[in-house]
Write a protein that binds this ligand. Structure first.
Ligand code: ARG
Length: 465
């Protein structure tokens, strides 16, 4: 059995089951590359400040590099008795380079080490997620550009409300994901803080240079307070809450795809590659992918709730409870990334049933507001016009007709202001065309929004390149 790095004061061995219970290696081995990069930077800093000799540091750095390759090539043996990734690397380093390995942990603790690893990991993942979301936004914009002339009923309370452009509807999602990207960028500022050198809680007596470590590891700044550095998990909670919001947006889009692909709506078809059949009902094609995204949203909320609850009322500074943060964090990162990837693939392949959408705008009195607007244009006060249009709807309902299916004489019986031009006024195309207020659904507004988005995404891509 391995000698533990902390067992100096212990007179008996750890219970086997306790070993398994306290071990986090199955989860945190995922952080190995960051853990090793962090240790390499730490060694270099210790050499620069004279805590280690150049010779010692270079032996350690070489050994660490070899261990990183071993793990990458899956030649490394993991073992519960070594608890976590930090102790695995250190134990292997001892085998590799001998006694000098015992100097690696100078001026450091696992408390600041794990905080460093997770911050490095999350910096990379958040950047990746932002890149993915920008790609997804491009997909939304392309889809909007391609279907600029498609009209469908807009809904409030899931009741047909007013006709809108499909592109306007899709561009609403562009806005949501823009906010998510902004939030992720904001959260990066708080993730990008270097905790190493805080040691267990109080800082260290060695003459270390934390700014240098931060520079080597490409951190913007070093943390200001050693107690906060080892006890802070706000950045994880912040990420999990931003991820939850992002999943809300995916779940709303998913719900719409599920509804729209139903027989009742018939607005779209989900590509075969993203649907499955039923083992008993031969006619079925189920929208499993959007359903699962809707379902996984619950998991992501649960992960946020788990960490909130875990952190609530924890006394300062580090507590072992905090080891439980990794499972929910990794799960959220993986789930969100998978949803982004699958949406990028699925959305361009949606089949849009333009005619069905257009026809749906003909039924459900979507032009009632516009009849009132028509009367206002002809000189009636809006409140009177609203009442008049309401009575017209009531009459049409009793005849089982739409407003535009009534005869001119029938319409005139509600107001003598109504003339033949009312029929053209009440077509969905005209209704949409008149909604030119900023942010409204008029085609020129939507085209301008798409162009703005394309320009913005072009800049994003050039930053990325
Ligand atoms: N494995 C721990 C975690 O994930 C890091 C080590 C914490 N320090 C300690 N003294 N047990 O949080």
């Amino acid at each position: 059995m391995n000698q533990k790095s902390w067992d100096g004061r212990f007179s008996s061995k750890t219970d086997r089951e306790v070993e398994a219970f306290t071990s986090s290696i199955h989860t945190d081995k995922r952080l190995y590359a960051y853990d090793i990069e962090g240790s390499i930077a730490h060694c270099k800093m210790l050499a620069k400040t004279g805590v280690l000799t150049e010779e010692e540091a270079s032996q350690l750095v070489q050994g660490l590099g070899r261990i990183k390759r071993e793990i990458a090539e899956e030649k490394f043996i993991f073992d519960d008795s070594l608890e976590d990734i930090h102790m695995h690397v250190e134990a292997r380093l001892l085998q590799q380079v001998g006694k000098v390995a015992l100097k690696l942990h100078t001026a450091r603790s696992r408390n600041d080490q794990i905080a460093l690893d997770v911050r490095m990991y999350l910096k990379d993942e958040v950047s990746d997620i932002i890149t993915g979301l920008v790609k997804f936004q491009s997909v939304i914009v392309t889809l909007s550009r391609t279907h600029q002339d498609v009209i469908l009923p807009g809904y409030t309370h899931l009741q047909r409300a007013q006709p809108v452009l499909l592109a306007h509807h899709f561009m609403a999602y562009y806005e949501m994901f823009s906010r998510d990207i902004e939030r992720l960028r904001g959260s990066l500022l708080r993730i990008d803080v270097m905790p190493l050198g805080s040691a267990a809680i109080a800082g260290t007596t060695y003459p270390i240079d934390r700014e240098y470590t931060a520079k080597l590891l490409d951190f913007r700044q070093v943390s200001a307070n050693s107690i906060d550095s080892v006890s802070d998990r706000d950045f994880i909670i912040e990420f999990l809450s931003v991820a939850s919001l992002c999943m809300i947006h995916f779940s709303r889009l998913s719900e719409e795809l599920i509804l729209w692909s139903s027989f009742e709506f018939g607005f779209i078809e989900i590509p075969d590659a993203f649907a499955t059949g039923s083992s008993i009902m031969p006619q079925k094609k189920n929208p499993d992918v959007p359903e699962l995204i809707r379902g996984k949203t619950g998991r992501v909320f649960g992960n946020l709730m788990a960490i909130l609850t875990m952190m609530k009322a924890l006394p300062l500074a580090y507590n072992r409870d905090m080891q439980e943060d990794k499972g929910p964090l990794f799960d959220t990162v993986d789930t969100l990334k998978a949803c982004i990837r699958i949406y990028i693939k699925m959305l361009p392949q949606l089949k849009i049933n333009k005619e069905v959408m257009r026809q749906a705008t003909d039924r459900g009195f979507l032009n009632a507001t516009d009849l009132a607007d028509y009367l206002v244009v002809k000189g009636m006060a809006f409140r009177d016009a609203h009442g008049c249009a309401g009575r017209t709807v009531g009459y049409a309902l009793s005849k089982n007709k739409e407003i535009h299916e009534l005869s001119l004489d029938e319409l005139k019986s509600f107001s003598t202001l109504i003339a033949q031009d009312v029929f053209e006024f009440l077509t969905p195309e005209r209704m949409i065309g008149r909604r030119r207020s900023a942010g409204g659904t008029a085609p020129e507004n939507v085209a301008a929004a798409i162009t703005r988005a394309e320009e913005h995404l072009g800049k994003e891509r050039s930053i990325d390149a």
